[in-house]
Design a protein around this ligand. Structure first.
Ligand SMILES: Cc1cc2nc3c(=O)[nH]c(=O)nc-3n(C[C@H](O)[C@H](O)[C@H](O)COP(=O)(O)O)c2cc1C
Length: 245
């Protein structure tokens, strides 16, 4: 952390998430990738195509000629997690739920980043691993590397916030690609930290990208159908020009 805002975020996160865990996480932040494409795609198939690899299967996604192309790429970890001061067991990670809200309303390709070495279901073990990955500035391996960003002009990049930053596996993804000519919009789910350091990290990690407006939703509220997350995320998508209705 370097700025005062970061320090405030960390202090608050420390109070709310448990200082022990956060200290461990603070003591903490890994390389190429593969594509889990739940490919929702694209109108108007044209000759240009982009292969993506999902769990050993290569799919080819039709792309519109000269049209805007959006990729949603995200990492999310189900299992034991922080929940309103306690713990909960998430069957589907909060960021995945948020990603689905987005893909419900816009057309885009989807790539879910899978860790080569899966993160533990245990919250404390994950905090400890993330702490050492942050500390080591590690680049955790990706099981399903995405071949290329070619043909995309807008990248929505999503993850939880871990110790006030995106998990280091997001750096692994980002630094394996050339973002020249793209606009990157970070989206995160968090407990107390909001976007945390996400905008600064992606600015550093996404070579050649323009950083666009990001979006943050509180993890606890994401699966709650009575919360305003869905309307907030739709508002953000309108603001950044991806949703017109
Ligand atoms: C290892 C770890 C570290 C976390 N660190 C923070 C943090 O520093 N600030 C924060 O607001 N939330 C933190 N959280 C909470 C998550 O950001 C939040 O629960 C998020 O919604 C989880 O998303 P997911 O289910 O998609 O993984 C942390 C959670 C974990 C597992």
């Amino acid at each position: 952390m370097s700025g005062p805002a970061d320090r405030r975020s960390v202090l608050r996160a420390g109070l709310l998430l448990g200082t022990g865990s956060l200290t461990a996480a603070l003591a903490a932040c890994s390389s190429p990738q593969e594509a889990t494409s739940a490919a929702r795609t694209m109108p108007a198939p044209e000759p240009s195509t982009a292969p993506s690899t999902a769990a050993g299967v290569t799919t080819t996604t039709p792309r519109p000629a000269g049209g805007s192309r959006t990729l949603l790429v995200y990492f999310s970890r189900p299992g034991e997690n922080y929940f309103n001061g306690g713990r909960t067991d998430l069957e589907v990670g909060n960021t995945e739920v948020l990603a689905t809200m987005i893909t419900d309303v816009i057309e885009c390709d989807v790539h879910r980043i899978e860790a080569a070495e899966a993160y533990s279901d245990s919250y404390d073990a994950t905090v400890a691993r993330n702490s050492s990955e942050q500390e080591d500035d590690a680049r955790p391996g990706i099981a399903n590397p995405l071949a290329s960003l070619e043909g995309y002009d807008t990248i929505l990049i999503g993850s939880p916030i871990w110790n006030v930053r995106p998990p280091m596996i997001m750096a692994t993804f980002a630094q394996a690609h050339d973002f020249t000519g793209t606009t990157v919009h970070p989206f995160v789910t968090y407990a107390v930290s909001g976007l945390g350091r996400a905008e600064r990290d992606y600015t550093a990690w996404c070579a050649g990208a323009r950083l666009g407006e990001g979006f943050a939703a509180r993890g606890e509220e994401v699966p709650d159908s009575t919360s305003s997350v869905r309307s907030n995320v739709e508002g953000w998508l309108r603001t950044i020009g991806l949703l017109t209705s």
